[in-house]
Design a binder for this molecule. Structure first.
Ligand SMILES: [Zn+2]
Length: 124
């Protein structure tokens, strides 16, 4: 769910970054990003400028969402690889625990310690 978090962070980042979306005349007037944020109330109340703020917020939210989306994808891929490794080591274990069968009568040998078949008494 990183894409949601990143989209929110992107939207927040879009607020100060909207400074770069404003006309050069305004940027010169406020004298930098600090002055822009100080006068942010006036910017938001200006119908010509608030559109640029929204534009910036949306653009950065989308960028954040896309970055988060790919991070989610990578995480899902890594999880799948981890599961594959775990399941293959699990199958190795089942081979080790495989039960033996008597070569003479085919009876299953449940006791791994015994040297004789419980069914026919043949030496194993
Ligand atoms: Zn046997």
């Amino acid at each position: 769910m990183k894409k949601v978090t990143f989209a929110i962070f992107g939207a927040i980042l879009g607020i100060p970054m909207s400074y770069y979306f404003q006309p050069e005349m305004l940027r010169a007037k406020v004298g930098g990003l600090g002055g822009y944020l100080k006068n942010f109330d006036d910017i938001v109340n200006n119908s010509d400028l608030v559109g640029n703020v929204f534009l910036s917020v949306i653009i950065f939210a989308v960028i954040g969402g896309v970055i988060g989306y790919f991070m989610d994808e990578n995480e899902a891929k890594n999880k799948n690889v981890g599961n594959k490794i775990r399941s293959s080591s699990g199958s190795n274990q089942s081979i080790e625990n495989q039960t033996n069968f008597c070569p003479s009568c085919g009876e299953r040998i449940t006791d791994g310690e015994t040297n004789f078949c419980e069914n026919c008494g043949k030496e194993l």
